[in-house]
Design a protein around this ligand. Sequence first.
Ligand code: BES
Ligand code: MN
Ligand code: ZN
Length: 507
Amino acid sequence: MISTKLILTQKKPEIFSGDLLVCCFEQDKKDKVKEGWAPVEKELKKAISLGDFKGSEGDSLLLYPPVSGKQKLSAKRLLLIGIGKQDGDKLSAARERCRCCGGTIAAKAAELKAEKLFLCIPEVVGLKEEEVLECLVEGILLGDYRFLKYKKPDKKDPAFLTIKEIQVRASGSGKDLRQAMLQGKHAALAGRKARDMANEPGNGWTPTSFAEYAQTLSKKHKMQCTVLDKQDMKKLKMGGILGVNQGSAEPPKMVILEYHASEKAQTILLVGKGLTFDSGGVSLKPSAGMQDMKYDMCGGAAVLSMMQVVGAEKPKVNVVAIIPSTDNMSGSSALKPGDIVKHYGGTTSEIINTDAEGRLILADALAYGIEKYQPACVVDLATLTGAVILGLGHHRTGLLGNNQDLINRLLTAGERSGEPLWQLPLDKEYVEQIKSDVADIKNTGGRPAGTITAAAYLQKFVGDTPWAHMDIAGTAWDFTQKSYIPKGPSGTGVRTLVELVRSWKKF
Ligand code: BES
Ligand code: MN
Ligand code: ZN
């Protein structure tokens, strides 16, 4: 997908002669028309008095502006979009309304085959102009997303068109606006990259693909990339990922990408489950819906994609991303129920169900990453349990961990970025369910509290390091559909992690 050009301009909207002039309005704020919007004011008041446009969320109205006279506009079309109205005083809700408004703009632009847009930054109660722009841009670029790589190109199909250019009307000097616009762009492009990875089929996105993209980012942004292959894993005694990979012809990779801010900066370790296809292994999954298990690498996709934002924005905190990656197949040498594997660091696991493979590969990555990088905290993201879908559905990501400060930061980051999380308990009593008679621990704890026992399993590998686990099995795809979140993979987690890093304060 070609990237959209974003331009801040002092030009008045009247002069713009492209495809689509876009003006957004909060509901019931019809009198607050800003300087430079005079031509729009007239149209808007008319539409409102006729009841054709209210400014409510998702509301839109397409007008063909006068081509001559005093109120003349040069744009081919004028599009009015509603932002809805304030509900409570939560800033995060206002930010989300701006994103949704952006998504609606993208959808309308696609419908109209509009490639050149001009955007006036609306006034939104409670938000600074910069924030409005950041979220609008985020929403537009996340909304203007389609995965067409495997489809025959069709010039007549508007799906193949993307927005080429957006001019944004800036009133002041624009330095803060420019930064906000870039932040919105970085986050959105990372979200789109994560969706691209996830949309790839199991034979299109392999552990090697994770390694290659990490190397691309490493070169582009001068970050250090290390890829551990099967031999390295054997030397390091990473029995979890090796065990899961045993039944597969596809080699595993442990992909590590390091961003170094400074010697005295703290280090955040991010770990993402990069299971490129989960058949369940010998404990085979039912075939209905199994194709969705190509998405089982969404944690890894989020973690690696967010590193492109880190590379571009260079925050003041060190960030290390680790993606343990393999598929889970049932070849003749596959792991079997009853087998015992020894993880990096020596902890042993009894395999009860080979379909509980995510925790096995995460265990090695967590133990290794914590020992090697001594991080101030670690966050892992994984499509880990079907149980989280039963509990939280497709809207909130499950959040668990051993440190309330870290959990609170993630709750806040998720809320600000429109990726809501919900904390689940992790009392030590749950550990009872994963005790094994023959090994240190077993890899399933039965049906009750499946999401919690999975986290309890991971906790065995993080020691005292502040740690949080995000179970994105319900949100990585089939996320609550919104104008800026299409069907299929959502890219969830990317913006929460970006927000966590951007707002980092010493732990
Ligand atoms: N990748 C799945 C979890 C999953 C299920 C994600 C459905 C998205 C939708 C994971 O590897 C898995 O199979 N988990 C098992 C664990 C069980 C065997 C303890 C599950 O949740 O059923
Ligand atoms: Mn599984
Ligand atoms: Zn899985």
